[in-house]
Design a protein around this ligand. Structure first.
Ligand code: PMP
Length: 417
């Protein structure tokens, strides 16, 4: 039977065919065969609690999403230049979660494409090319988006039209707006000018930054004063994860000009989007054409519609607030035996545990904890400029009992090391 294939043989086949760009987790990668809710099943019959995957946010193999995909695939799936009902229904439902003037959406397939489009919209609107980002940001993998993703260029200088500011964590929090202002001024003195500020509103790859809610306000005001656009990358915090609202920027009381989204949008179907206002999209469309063969096709939009139904009908935003609040309180209550925990941060079901040793970032603790939790059948990852922040980002159907399993296991693991 296929499930008895040794893991090492699968790794060999993967390396033989896909080579160096094929990224795998763990020294002994997991061979997964099925999943349900917050659980992943491996070929050896074990079951893992998923605290890592935000894409299947309404639960792995969510029955409503599975049925929507199957039904739509059996009826019609086609490129996006025809009229078909589901995309319009979805666009209306999605846009209803935004306020004016965010009343238009363009669909694409990945968060990277969405951010690429957002950068182009900002450049078309302002006639400028310079962007301000955070130091360990990740916004995707196209050539243009890699330029605004310093975490993808470790040790390399930034592209000349990019300025990076420290994330709003620790000393970077107080200085965030003034750092953004200085970066804007520097770009305005350059040949590139200032087109916009792009941030992930939960700062996931920077190591998670959520509080105090509202800290983005001054930076966004400075952006607008300088004539730039504020692009809110909601790929990570969007679709209810912060427990406060559908969109992470809402916690900060700011008004983005462009919002990008992806990952959980189709619970695993490749659908992503850019929401903006009619004038901004017109400025872009007037300067260049845009077509996306698969972006918003019938099957992916049917999945996305089922995701919205699940979020709304099952109260998953409130669940993120409730379970996330419980988890945050329990994490903050952990006995910090050797002072390994510097800070616990986050909102809803996006939390970060910042590991330190003698006041300095401790990525080795994060790595040890990740591997020890894997032995206890819990899947989790790390983030941050130094890779020392445990990244807690489970499917939104996570329950208090799951949160307790995680914290109890983490407590044991920290007691050992
Ligand atoms: N923005 C953020 C904040 C992300 O975390 C990611 C993916 N990790 C992306 C954009 C890119 O999305 P995708 O991988 O779908 O291109």
């Amino acid at each position: 039977p296929p499930n008895s294939t040794p893991t090492s043989r699968l790794v060999e086949r993967r390396q033989a065919t896909m080579g160096p760009t094929s990224v795998l987790f763990y020294e002994k990668p997991l061979h997964v065969v099925s999943a349900e809710g917050v659980w992943l099943q491996t070929a050896d019959g074990a079951r893992y609690l998923d605290v890592y995957n935000n894409v299947p946010s309404v639960g792995h193999c969510n029955p409503r999403v599975v049925k929507a995909i199957a039904d739509q695939a059996a009826q019609l799936n086609i490129h996006t230049r025809y009229l078909y009902d589901v995309v319009h229904t979805y666009a209306e439902r999605l846009l209803a979660t935004f306020g004016a003037p965010l009343d238009k959406v363009a669909f694409c397939c990945t968060g990277s494409e969405a951010n690429d489009l957002a950068l182009r919209i900002a450049t078309a609107a302002t006639g400028k090319r310079g962007f301000v980002v955070t130091e360990a940001a990740y916004h995707g993998n196209t050539a243009a988006v890699t330029d605004v993703s310093p975490s993808s260029r470790p040790g390399k200088p930034l592209a000349p039209h990019i300025r990076a500011v420290p994330a709003p964590i620790g000393a970077g929090l107080e200085a965030f707006a003034s750092n953004v202002e200085a970066a804007i001024a520097d770009l305005e003195r350059s040949e590139f000018g200032f087109a916009g500020l792009i941030v992930d509103t939960i700062f996931s790859s920077d190591g998670v930054a959520a509080d105090p809610a509202g800290f983005l306000k001054d930076a966004v005001e400075a952006t607008h004063r300088a004539g730039g656009l504020f692009i809110a990358d909601e790929v990570q915090p969007g679709f209810g994860r912060t427990g406060a609202a559908m969109w992470g920027f809402v916690r900060h009381g700011v008004a983005p000009d462009v919002v990008t989204m992806g990952k959980p949008m189709g619970n695993g179907m490749p659908i992503a989007g850019v929401v903006s206002s009619a004038p901004l999209l017109k400025a872009f469309a007037d300067s260049t054409g845009y077509f996306n063969t698969f972006g918003g096709n019938p099957v992916t939009t049917a999945a996305a519609l089922a995701v919205l139904d699940e979020i709304e009908e099952r109260g998953l935003v409130a669940n993120a607030a409730d379970v996330g609040g419980h988890l945050l309180a329990r994490l903050r209550g952990l006995t910090n035996r050797r002072g390994q925990i510097g800070e616990v941060r986050g909102a809803g079901l996006y939390l970060g545990v910042d590991f330190v040793r003698d006041g300095a970032p401790a990525p080795e603790t994060a790595t040890r904890v990740i591997n020890a939790l894997r032995e206890r059948k819990i899947l989790i990852g790390a983030a941050g400029l130094y890779g020392n922040v445990l990244k807690i980002r489970p499917p939104l159907v996570f329950e208090r009992a799951h949160a307790d399993m995680l914290v109890d296991a983490l407590d044991e693991v920290l007691a050992e090391g």
